[in-house]
Design a protein around this ligand. Structure first.
Ligand code: C2E
Ligand code: CA
Ligand code: CA
Ligand code: CA
Length: 279
């Protein structure tokens, strides 16, 4: 903050106003976006490096806003959470993915498990599980095709409740992944208590892993930790061959990232389902 001129502050102030205006408009437009079908899902393949095939994928929401063009979920999901709109958006996501799975199945594709990101506030909503199961039922989706991705923030203050819900979901065959691991709270105590299926190493630990030895050490430790708890370990944000090769040495189960594929539209993901290969 030293050596800032008055101009810097005016510039900063102006930038803040623009970003506030944008946030304001985005919040204002979320409902309309949902009603006018401006949201759609893309699917990013996850690859088993050992088998060299696509073994599952992650569903990611996209918003084609009429004025701003594409708005990233990294920007609008936190704003939707602030407004409480995340429940409606999250519900839309679950229904959309279930409908997609039904469609792929009816067209004769061999399915792959699809993971759905769940915001903590959405998960903690009282009628969350009812709505979740009702979508699976409506579209006759077998729970084996759905994985959920949750983050550590879910467990703060809600351990018992969350544990109970996860247990019933797991009993029904839903696989549970802990997303963004290695950032945030990362307490080992609850990992042991929770009996989750999949650990996703956050992309911030993958970025630059080939040059940063501390990142290598943290990543190997996480892989070992996950494995020792009987979890599958996944790395996200893998962008190049160096990163991929390092992670293969650690015996990682699945790799997700631009190195293999960016998130794909439905037609492109359908092609992948045919061969399970990245072309
Ligand atoms: P996330 O769950 O950690 O998802 C991974 C993000 O990394 C995605 O960003 C994906 O496009 C991006 N990514 C994948 N491979 C690479 C790579 O090699 N390099 C880099 N730099 N990035 C890569 P995206 O789609 O923009 O989503 C951002 C975040 O928004 C997600 O982070 C997730 O927290 C949230 N989000 C996305 N879709 C949904 C959704 O349907 N529901 C909820 N609640 N949150 C969602
Ligand atoms: Ca995720
Ligand atoms: Ca993540
Ligand atoms: Ca995230």
């Amino acid at each position: 903050v030293k050596n800032r001129s008055k101009n810097d502050y005016e510039f900063f102030d102006r930038e803040m106003k623009i970003s506030n205006q944008r946030a304001f408009q985005i919040k204002n437009d979320l409902r309309m976006g949902l009603e006018n079908n401006q949201f759609y899902m893309v699917y990013q393949p996850k690859v088993s490096p050992e088998e060299g095939i696509v073994t599952s994928c992650e569903a990611l929401i996209r918003w084609k806003h009429p004025d701003f063009q594409e708005i990233s979920p990294g920007e609008f999901i936190p704003l939707a959470e602030e407004l409480g709109m995340i429940n409606d958006i999250g519900d839309w996501v679950i229904e959309n993915v279930c409908r997609q799975l039904q469609q792929w199945e009816s067209l004769g594709y061999d399915l792959l498990p699809v993971s759905i990101n769940l915001s903590s506030s959405q998960f903690l909503q009282v009628n969350f599980t009812e709505k979740f199961w009702s979508h699976l039922q409506t579209y006759r989706v077998h729970p084996a095709w759905i994985q959920i991705e949750i983050t550590e923030s879910l467990f703060i203050d809600n351990m018992k409740y969350v544990q109970q819900i996860l247990e019933t979901m797991k009993e029904q065959g839903i696989k549970v992944a802990l997303d963004d691991f290695g950032t945030g709270y990362s307490s080992l105590a609850y990992l042991q208590k929770l009996d989750l299926d999949i650990l996703k190493i956050d992309k911030s630990l993958i970025r630059g892993i080939s040059n940063v030895s501390t990142k290598k050490e943290i990543a190997t430790t996480i892989v070992q930790l996950g494995k020792s708890l009987g979890m599958k370990v996944v790395a996200e944000g893998v962008e190049n061959k160096d990163e991929m090769e390092i992670l293969c040495r650690y015996d990682i189960d699945e790799i997700q990232g631009y190195y293999y594929s960016k998130p794909l539209t439905v037609p492109a993901m359908s092609e992948i389902l045919k061969t399970k290969k990245i072309v």
